[in-house]
Design a binder for this molecule. Sequence first.
Ligand SMILES: [Mn+2]
Length: 389
Amino acid sequence: MATKANLGDVQDETADNNGSAASLETREVGVAKSKAQKLAELLEAHRGERHIVVLHDYPDPDAISAAYAHRLISAQFDIETDIVYNGKISHQQNIALVRLLGLNLLKYDPAMNLGQYQGAVFVDNQGTTAEEIFQALEAVGVPALITVDHHELQERLKPQFSDIRRTGAVATIYAKYLEQGLVVLEKSNKMHVIAATALMHGLISDTNSFIQANTEDFQAASFLSWFADAELLGQIMRQSRSKQVMELIRRALGDRLTVESFSIAGIGYVRAEDRDAIPQAADFLLSEENIHTAIVYGIVTGIDQQEKVIGSMRTLKITLDPDQFIKDVFGKDETGHYFGGGKMLAGGFEIPIGFLSGEADEEFRDLKWQVYDAQIKQKLFKKIGVEKG
Ligand SMILES: [Mn+2]
């Protein structure tokens, strides 16, 4: 049920940070309070403006619900927001969520007039997983005002306000803002109920159904439960898998290689609209006995005429850090950016195919897949420490 779609997740979280949980907790409550106040002050200073809220490519429930909450908060300061994403909204639950929210998400288009925005807001990302929009905003000089995220701090963005915490979801941080009164929620207000329901969904999906939730996440859920609509939540989460997604999962199951408790599957070509089948397949492979880590990847086609190898990693092994693992395996591109990263128990990578992208005959496509498949497997096997085959 719970699936994660957050690609390019970059967070360094290992098992050994459970030292002084109590003192950390107390400190974070203090920080949280002032953060909500600081955010309110910043928004007050920008009253009446128009802001662009940037989601990472392939927005997931956490990002979408946080953006919606951000819109509600901004509206208190007469700030209008456009929520913009690149890539595609592909998971059935995400589509259901967008419909439920009545949310008009704008698909990024290079022809967009970005100059109309007085500021940019990044939720559930710090610009690095929304590269194209980030660069376009930089080019026209739209200042980065705000970033609210739960991934590892990245150097890229220099926003005026930044709230980056090690929570299971960004929804948790926004729930906290709401709890602290940036918007006073009311059960009788339909938009408030929808916001709380959406945040709950974001929280559930980013914490793998609370399995990876921490104290703050549970507190947020407790607060949201006052306003969330359980029936609505059920409707969003019961969206079934499409036939195409089932087919890709079947392919992953059929083609998987298991070595040293890793289950690895290259699933060939995947249409952009089915891209979310990749993390779903990884989740599925992880359910096999004696498997602690699953890695699934494919060549995703139809992303603005470009092709990319996109992969997902899921692990149950607490001592394995997906962020480090993926950075070690795939390294950086020519501009010095990592091809991927991760957070606790999950990670992802994206490798642009560039010049070799594009439609061609069957034989060419097969050859291209074989080359990428072999290269990825070879790098993975090397890291795992086994000989190929
Ligand atoms: Mn998230």
